[in-house]
Structure formats: C-alpha cells, structure tokens
Write a protein that binds this ligand. Structure first.
Ligand code: SF4
Ligand code: SF4
Length: 357
C-alpha cells in the first residue's frame, strides 16, 4: 500500500498487444489508448497500463447510523464512518451529488497534477474510524467500483480491526469485480432504479435493468448481505404497477425477507423541473409491496440520496496536519515527469508533447 499519493495499477485490467487496455471493473468495459481516461474519469492508460488516479483521495467523510445508508437488517444499532472519493460510471439526470459523484473537475485537477484534495492512507482511514468509535466503514457518495483498489485495501485493514464494511452502489459492476470484493465487503446497499428499459435509457443511459439485477443476484450468491433501494421519481418510475413489479422481482429473486427501501426524489440537475415525490406514493408503494408478499419494506419520507454536500471538511475528521493532508498530489513515480501531468490532452496543452502519437 503506498504511503504517499501515486497512481495505483487497477484491478482486472486486460492489456492488448497494441497498447490498449480493457478495464473489467464495471460493465462499461472501457477500452483505452495511452492517455485516455475511462468513462468514470478515474482511470487512465499510461503506456499500456491502467492506473487509478484517485487511490487515497477523499472527497467527504461523515459518521452516522447505518440506517442512513439505508441499511436496516445488518447490525441495526451500529454506526458507520461513510467515506467517498470522486467518480461514477453513470450520469443520472437526477443526480444530487455532481461535484463529488462525477467529480469531473476534481479528477481533471488530479490528471493535471494540480489537486490538493485530502490524501489518506488505508491505515490512517481505519485509525480514524476507530478513533470515532464506529462499528463499520461505508463506501458511498461516489461509486466504489471506480475506486476499488482503495476500497479493498481499506476493507482488509477494517476487517483486521474488527470493523465491518458497507458498499453503496448502482450495481453496474462486473461479476469479476464482485468476486474480488466479496471476501472483504459485508453489506451491499444497491439501487434498483427501475425495471424498465425506457427508464434506464432516459435517466441513466448505458445501463440496463437486466445488467443491474444480474449483479445484485450475483452479490447475494456470493454471500454478501444485500439491501436494495428505489428512489421514486415523479412521472419517471412512480407507476404503482412498476413499483409492484420491483417488489415481486425482489421477492422471487432475493427472497421474501430481503429488505427493500423506497425513498423520495428531490429535484436536482436535469430533473429540477419535477416536484418532490409525494408521501402518498411512498405509502402506496410500501403497502402494495407488503401485499405482494415482500416482508421487509421500508417507505422513507425523510431520506433521498446518500449525499455528502453538508459534511464537514475531511481535515476535521483526521488527526493530521491539514497542510500535510492537502498537499498538491503529484505521483511519486517519475514516469510522468516533475509536472505530474497524466492525461495526453493535458500533456499537449502543457507543451510536453508536440505531436499526437
Ligand atoms: S471503472 Fe471506469 S474505466 Fe473501468 S470500465 Fe468502468 S467506467 Fe470504464
Ligand atoms: S445518481 Fe448515483 S449512480 Fe447516478 S450519477 Fe449520481 S452517483 Fe452516479
């Protein structure tokens, strides 16, 4: 595990003879040339090897009840330290958390060698969790699949320290990634945004309901405790029949006791014109799901997304000198040069390469 900021080789990469690399962490399976970043913006191909730009980069920390994730059936009285980085493999039209979840500006700064975001080793992160007296660590705010190298290193140390781990995800991940994480992740809290192909096409293009459902089933097969969540968006996925179909799918595929959380939408981004979800819709969906035989259905009128916008600065949580924590993050390896510029388009802007290869 590195002890200062540097690029870390990603898991599940598949180098090709021409220098391209395929990333098999999420279902995009991006194929990248030298200097290109993946859809998530967090991974870059440098001369035929794929690296994670955001290993150890922390965008937000918060301590609260595991119920806020929402997770109700795993250690229900426990508290977790939630942490996130930057990057997501979706671009949902109603995303609340763009600066962190997509993190385009923050990841661009890392790629330019100009970021001073907090960098925290896995060991320091686990020590921080222990200091705050929590029972587990939750990876949330951004999509953990695009930060998996750090998630795994923190999770291994967390388990050694007696802490459990929670992974909050859109489940657009590969079976291979799930197999890698299964020994180290105790709980998956996953979105089921809809069962409709039109919804995914309209609201979070590229993903399909079948892919997401298949990943959730795989997580259950691997022995991970799974709780699912549907955020009900007016006019998009609030049809009572569709919500009932989700309940029936969970009952038939994850089991009648599998917990399902139904949350309200609040206007954001390209769906700012829509109203917040009416509580009567949440109540109706909850009753319908229970009537369909799903035993543990939780309608939430107070939780929407697991956002981080109101959190205290990362430095407030750590026993570290803020100046040391927020130094400019340039990779300690020498291959990128003193400027630490990592992406070909920025190399060109900086005059480090004259002609495209
Ligand atoms: S994790 Fe990122 S680079 Fe890898 S396949 Fe997904 S979007 Fe592409
Ligand atoms: S809503 Fe969730 S899955 Fe969609 S873009 Fe935002 S963080 Fe990613």
């Amino acid at each position: 595990m590195p002890d200062s900021y540097q690029l870390v080789e990603t898991k599940l990469q598949q180098p090709l003879e021409n220098g391209d690399v395929v990333c098999n962490l999420c279902l995009w399976r991006c194929r990248l040339r030298h200097g290109q970043r993946g859809f998530c913006q967090a991974h870059v191909n440098r001369n035929g090897t794929l690296y994670n730009l955001s290993y150890g980069i922390i965008s937000a920390i918060e301590v609260d009840s595991i119920r806020s994730k929402p997770v109700y059936h795993y250690r229900p009285d426990s508290r977790v330290m939630s942490i996130g980085s930057y990057g997501c493999n979706f671009r949902c039209k109603g995303c609340h958390n763009l600066e962190i979840s997509w993190g385009v500006e923050a990841l661009d700064k890392l790629a330019r060698g100009q970021s001073s975001d907090a960098w925290v080793t896995p060991g320091q992160m686990v020590e921080t969790a222990l200091k705050h007296g929590v029972d587990g660590i939750a990876f949330t705010y951004s999509e953990p699949a695009v930060w998996l190298e750090y998630v795994l290193d923190v999770s291994k140390l967390a388990h050694q320290a007696g802490l459990f781990t929670v992974y909050v995800s859109n489940s657009f991940v590969t079976d291979e990634a799930l197999e890698l994480m299964a020994p180290h992740i105790d709980v998956l809290c996953s979105d089921i945004k809809s069962l409709s192909a039109e919804f995914y096409k309209d609201i979070c293009p590229v993903g399909t309901a079948e892919q997401v459902l298949s990943s959730i089933k795989k997580a259950v097969e691997l022995g991970i405790h799974v709780e699912t969540r549907t955020n009900v968006i007016p006019t998009k996925n609030d049809d009572p029949d569709e919500l009932k179909r989700i309940a029936v799918w969970i009952r038939d595929n994850l089991g009648a006791a599998s917990p399902w959380h139904i949350t309200r939408f609040f206007p954001a981004y390209k769906l700012s014109h829509l109203p917040p979800t009416d509580n009567t819709i949440i109540d109706l969906a909850t009753e319908t799901a229970r009537a369909a035989g799903l035993q543990n259905v939780y309608g939430h009128t107070d939780i929407s997304c697991d956002c981080a916008s109101e959190n205290a600065p990362v430095s407030a949580w750590l026993d570290l000198d803020p100046d040391a924590l927020n130094q400019i993050n340039t990779c300690v390896a020498s291959c990128c040069g003193d400027e630490g510029i990592l992406v070909k388009k920025f190399e060109r802007e900086a005059g480090l390469i004259v002609q495209a290869k």
